[in-house]
Design a binder for this molecule. Structure first.
Ligand SMILES: *[C@@H]1O[C@H](CO)[C@@H](O)[C@H](O)[C@H]1NC(C)=O
Ligand SMILES: *[C@@H]1O[C@H](CO)[C@@H](O)[C@H](O)[C@H]1NC(C)=O
Length: 375
């Protein structure tokens, strides 16, 4: 098509007008976005300080060798459970998955998304067990003052979506201590897991984490030996329990006892569990501490690290690197680079977990990463 010079100049001038309009639009847009992000910044909760560095211990991390599938899908307990699961329950009675539940317990709004992301992974991997989310009852109660809490509204939106999309059962929870401030996270306890007496056994996984193999998790839930509380060994002290993974047999009387004990002498969640079910008195440690890897362990990978073996041996990985505030924060790129593993295959897994977390936050919760706020 041939254009006359008049047509060309007309196109050119309309192009100029268009570009100016576009520029004007974008400058307005940029100002608006800045305002929005400064408002978001202003209403943001403080970034928690990264956990105290455990560098003296990190030196002691055994290098991840190719000969050893780190984690081995939750150790021998996990292997045994998986075998029973795959052989189709030789223990006579069929499994009633309605009585077995994966439970998350959130005390605060900023914990909701990571909990729901775990449910999304269980759902995507077709976990047969029930999924239960325990949350402060006060969130479900209406007409509490005039203040419109944007975090409460966001949590309600997420929890409704989780119930609809992943069939999560929503369970309001009362404060652990009668009459405690129901808006404070300190008023809730993991001990409330014992109150879910309509389930025979429940599994709690501490977020943030990524489930590689929901089948191992379901097997452990269904086929571990019966005990009031099973857990992993603590990483810091082999005679203590860790709260990273708990298997609980709910019981009204256990719950009452824990509550009574706590009323007399308040303790942190893990101290309360540890002192009520001391490791020394039972063999109910599910597996050794290293059965559940942390992303930070990938830094110990040697050049012979075998990614296939690592992934085959890992059912659940916790996203924990002591230098980084958490996967939900938008960490400056140089800090991220400094924290990631040096060995390429280990780095690939590490980055996949972190990037997957970021994508999940966006697609599952509709949330961007939280800006890091240093005070
Ligand atoms: C082990 O647990 C006990 C009881 O809760 C606690 O006093 C002690 O500090 C713990 N040890 C470590 C190393 O965490
Ligand atoms: C990694 O481990 C898998 C399974 O054990 C094995 O088949 C594979 O050959 C190993 N790869 C390398 C590069 O050693």
């Amino acid at each position: 098509m041939l254009l006359t010079s008049a047509q060309v100049s007309m196109f050119a001038s309309s192009g100029v007008v268009f570009i100016f309009t576009l520029a004007l639009f974008f400058s307005g847009y940029v100002i608006q976005q800045r305002t929005v992000s400064s408002i978001q910044e202003a209403i943001k909760p403080r970034t928690p300080a990264p956990p105290p560095s455990s560098s003296p211990q990190e030196v002691l991390i055994e290098p991840l060798q190719p000969s050893r599938a780190f984690g081995s899908a939750l150790g021998s307990a996990g292997q045994r459970a998986l075998k029973l699961y795959k052989s189709g329950s030789p223990e006579a009675k069929p499994i009633d998955w309605k009585k077995l539940a994966h439970v998350q317990l959130v005390k605060d709004h900023d914990e909701v998304c990571s909990a729901i992301m775990l449910f999304a992974e269980l759902h995507a991997q077709k976990s047969p067990a029930t999924k239960v989310l325990m949350f402060p009852k006060s969130w479900a109660v209406d007409g509490r003052g005039e203040i419109l809490d944007p975090y409460l509204m966001s949590s309600k939106r997420l929890m409704r979506a989780a119930a609809r999309r992943y069939q999560v059962v929503l369970r309001p929870m009362v404060t652990f201590v009668d009459g405690a401030d129901d808006s404070s996270r300190e008023s809730y306890s993991l001990a409330s897991l014992f109150s879910l007496t309509e389930y025979e056994r429940i599994m709690y996984l501490e977020p943030p984490g990524h489930i590689f193999d929901a089948t191992v998790m379901a097997s452990v839930l269904a086929f571990s030996p019966q005990a009031p509380l099973m857990s992993l060994q603590s990483r810091d002290s082999p005679n203590n329990r860790s709260s990273e993974m708990l298997l609980v047999t709910p019981s009204a009387s256990q719950y009452r006892q824990l509550s009574k004990r706590n009323a007399k002498h308040p303790e942190t969640d893990i101290d309360l569990l540890q002192n009520s079910f001391p490791y020394a008195q039972d063999s109910h440690i599910l597996a050794q501490a290293d059965s559940l890897p942390h992303t930070s362990d990938l830094r110990a990978a040697s050049e012979e690290f075998n990614a296939t073996e690592f992934l085959d041996g890992t059912a659940y990985i916790r996203v924990v690197d002591s230098e980084l505030a958490g996967p939900q924060y938008d960490v400056p790129y140089p800090e991220r680079v400094a924290a990631r593993p040096r060995v390429a295959d280990a780095e690939a897994i590490w980055s996949r977990v972190y990037d997957g977390f970021r994508l999940g936050r966006m697609s599952i919760c509709g949330l961007d990463l939280e800006p890091l706020r240093k005070d």
